[in-house]
Design a protein around this ligand. Sequence first.
Ligand SMILES: Cc1cc2nc3c(=O)[nH]c(=O)nc-3n(C[C@H](O)[C@H](O)[C@H](O)COP(=O)(O)OP(=O)(O)OC[C@H]3O[C@@H](n4cnc5c(N)ncnc54)[C@H](O)[C@@H]3O)c2cc1C
Length: 352
Amino acid sequence: MNVAIAGAGIAGGYLAGLLEQRGISPDVYDGRDHATRCTCRSCGWGVPMAITTYLADVGLDLNDYLIEPMSPMDFDGLAAKTPLCTIDKPRLLRDFAGASGLKRQNLRPETAEDYDIVVDATGIRRALLPPCRSDLTLPTLQHRVTAESIGGERLGAGVSGNRIPGLGYLWIFPVGNDQYHIGIGGLNLIRQDRLLEQLYRDFSGRFSFTLHCSCHDTIRVASPHYSTPFFVRKTRMDGTPQLIIGVGESIGTVSPFTGEGIVHSLECARILADTWPNPEDYTRTVLVRFAWMKKERKTLDYLLSPEGRSGPRLQDRWRFFRSSRRPGIRLPMLEAFSRMGSLSRWLETPEI
Ligand SMILES: Cc1cc2nc3c(=O)[nH]c(=O)nc-3n(C[C@H](O)[C@H](O)[C@H](O)COP(=O)(O)OP(=O)(O)OC[C@H]3O[C@@H](n4cnc5c(N)ncnc54)[C@H](O)[C@@H]3O)c2cc1C
């Protein structure tokens, strides 16, 4: 059976390693045509330490990729212990690709015809599957900066929703040598650059910032439930059947609230390998495993609707709180609940 994986990002690169272990040697394609300096798709590189078990499954060690633990972390002024860290994602992708013998070109439809099974691991592009049944994407802008301290204080890791007049958040993730990914993602935000400039101005008495690079991108926050179909069966020109099946962000395995997609895409790839090649079983398992993402998406839909203008309901606050607990962030519940009310502020200034 001929197998191709289109996309050597987190999901495709990891899947290739898992399939190799099961005696399947896929051809992996990726043109890597990203307009970024780090050579991979724009990303904060933040993960929970729980990534360890996924890496161990393909013989890799988190310590080889670990940049910095992110604990404590500031959440809109609330300091919390977290099991989060930043990793050298470009290096991890290189190691995935090195093991799979990457073909440095995108998989074109003509070439895809040669394969019995084609995996669409093309992330936001979803290049080979039909469109999601109800897509939702979040525009982002991320800078890589050096933050030089003026008074000896160190810039800590943090996320902030209060600085955003739209539905979204801003993140500050350390990536080593006093460098940071400072990014912003928001629905209904037009001038993200102004919000980042404002942040630099607000911090200017304490830090001096040097910009290294800047990239715009988009995250699929639709949830898997709204990103079906996960697979299609086709008949090729010669009359033989072909299966096209999606994995990772192409089928929406990203937290709609946080945009966190690395570990969830690894988990999705693991499910695909475990159910290989049974697309019905795979679909069922993915929908069950990521059912919580459907609830987060429902909250976003509500907040974006006219009814949502009065701000988050109790169930929405609960979902935000659960979302922070999932990767192991320990926010004090009552405090976190009351601050989530500030989400309603976005309604007062719907666009910037
Ligand atoms: C600004 C930003 C910040 C983020 N920060 C974080 C974070 O800190 N932590 C976190 O967990 N998640 C984060 N995410 C989300 C996370 O990066 C993604 O969800 C995750 O990388 C998805 O992995 P993937 O392999 O499914 O897709 P991708 O990583 O997007 O990989 C898809 C690959 O497919 C390739 N490709 C595209 N078309 C073709 C084709 N036709 N043929 C062959 N290859 C093709 C692309 O070149 C790419 O390498 C962030 C996203 C953005 C945009």
